[in-house]
Design a protein around this ligand. Structure first.
Ligand SMILES: Cc1cc2nc3c(=O)[nH]c(=O)nc-3n(C[C@H](O)[C@H](O)[C@H](O)COP(=O)(O)O)c2cc1C
Length: 205
C-alpha cells in the first residue's frame, strides 16, 4: 500500500483535492490527510459543504464531487489529522512515506514552505519531505502571479519540490469540469507513480 500525505489548503480549486483523494483511495493508497482552516472556508464556497474541523467527516467531503461509486474508495485507507496536531506521524521524518501532495496549494502555504516558516502541520510535513529528500508536489492556484510568488515557486523547485500548477491542458478535448479536473489529478498521480486511466494521453491510442 503506497503511503502518501495529502494536504488541502485554502486556494480555489478544492475539487482538485477531493478528486485526488478519490483517485488515490481507488488505487488502494494509504492516505494521511490534513486540511487548513482556510480550506474549510473554500469548501463552503465551492463545494457547498460545511464540515467540522475537529469532527471531520471524510465521507461527506469525498461525496461532494462527481458520481463515482464510493465502494471503490474502500480499497484505500484515509487518516485525518487536524492542522495543528504536531503529534501526528506525518510531522516526523521517521514516519516513512512515498511522498506528499499539497493540492490545491495557496500562495500563503507556498511562501511558508519557501521560507521554512513552519506554523501548521501542512508546513511541518512538507518541511519533513524536503529535508528527507522525499517527493513533494505542490499544486499552486493563483492568477496572475506576482514576482514574490514566482520567486517562492523557484525556491521550492530548487529545493527539490515539483511545482505542478492547477493548469489543465485542452488537448484531451475535455467536455466536462470533471475532464479538466482529471487532467491535473492524472499528472499528480504520474508524479507519484500511481497508475490511473483518467484521460487519453497524447500519442497513445
Ligand atoms: C473562496 C476563497 C478562495 C481563495 N482562493 C485562493 C487562491 O486561489 N489562491 C490563494 O493563494 N489563496 C486563495 N484564498 C486565500 C487563502 O485561503 C488565504 O490566503 C489563506 O490564508 C491561506 O491559508 P492556508 O495556506 O493555510 O490554507 C482564497 C480564500 C477563499 C475564502
Amino acid at each position: 500500500m503506497k503511503r502518501i500525505v495529502v494536504a488541502i489548503t485554502g486556494a480555489s480549486g478544492s475539487v482538485y483535492g477531493v478528486r485526488l483523494l478519490q483517485v488515490l483511495l481507488s488505487a488502494g493508497c494509504d492516505l494521511h490527510l490534513t486540511i487548513s482552516p482556510a480550506a474549510f472556508q473554500v469548501f463552503q464556497v465551492e463545494l457547498g459543504i460545511n464540515l467540522s474541523i475537529e469532527e471531520f467527516d471524510s465521507e461527506r467531503l469525498l461525496r461532494s464531487f462527481g458520481t463515482e461509486e464510493s465502494e471503490k474508495w474502500q480499497k484505500g485507507r484515509l487518516t485525518y489529522y487536524s492542522n495543528h496536531n504536531y503529534s501526528a506521524g506525518i510531522a516526523s521524518g521517521s514516519f516513512r512515506t512515498e511522498g506528499m501532495v499539497i493540492c490545491p496549494c495557496s500562495m500563503g502555504t507556498l511562501s511558508s514552505l519557501a521560507t521554512g516558516i513552519s506554523t501548521n502541520l501542512t508546513h511541518r510535513a512538507a518541511d519533513v519531505h524536503l529535508k528527507e529528500r522525499r517527493k513533494l508536489i505542490v499544486v499552486p492556484r493563483e492568477t496572475p502571479l506576482g514576482s514574490i510568488q514566482l520567486q517562492n515557486m523557484k525556491t521550492l523547485s530548487d529545493s527539490g519540490a515539483v511545482v505542478l500548477p492547477a493548469m489543465p491542458g485542452f488537448y484531451h478535448q475535455p467536455q466536462t469540469i470533471s475532464d479538466l479536473v482529471d487532467f491535473v489529478v492524472c499528472r499528480i498521480c504520474d508524479q507519484l507513480g500511481v497508475e490511473t486511466h483518467l484521460m487519453k494521453r497524447w500519442g497513445e491510442s
